[in-house]
Design a protein around this ligand. Structure first.
Ligand SMILES: [Fe+2]
Length: 137
């Protein structure tokens, strides 16, 4: 059983817009976890997966714009993480389309853990950078 995601204040990056987007991601991933649990059909699962891909694009653009605006020195490596997530997600969608029995728990664990790790390490790193910058001003 794949554990659902719950957003908590500990995951806040002190940016309301980004926090709200992260919460939306959690909803989408939880939808996918529910879909798998309920044996949803292929079309329903693909709808959730494509929503996830589209929302990732939108969210990463928002985050990266903040980074550019603030001359974040780790911008490139952060963007690489976003890109590798997108590639992985696309690969998972392809795999699912080729074999719809393949909505594995591994895939769901990957998606949920990626977000937790990414927010806790990379997004938090940026949040701390902003906090220091604002403090220095
Ligand atoms: Fe990020």
């Amino acid at each position: 059983m794949v554990e659902k995601l719950t957003w908590s204040k500990k995951l806040s990056v002190n940016n309301r817009e980004i926090d709200e987007q992260h919460k939306t991601f959690f909803f989408i991933i939880n939808d996918l976890i529910n879909a798998r649990r309920d044996g949803a059909n292929e079309a329903a699962v693909l709808t959730i997966l494509s929503r996830m891909l589209a929302y990732a694009g939108y969210h990463f653009v928002t985050e990266e714009a903040y980074m550019v605006e603030n001359d974040y020195p780790f911008f490139q490596s952060h963007v690489k993480e976003h890109q590798s997530y997108n590639l992985k997600l696309k690969k998972l969608i392809d795999e699912y389309q080729n074999d719809p029995t393949k909505l594995s728990s591994d895939m769901l664990w990957f998606l949920r853990n990626w977000w937790i790790d990414h927010i806790n390490t990379s997004d938090m790193h940026f949040a701390k950078f902003i906090a220091r910058k604002t403090h220095i001003k």
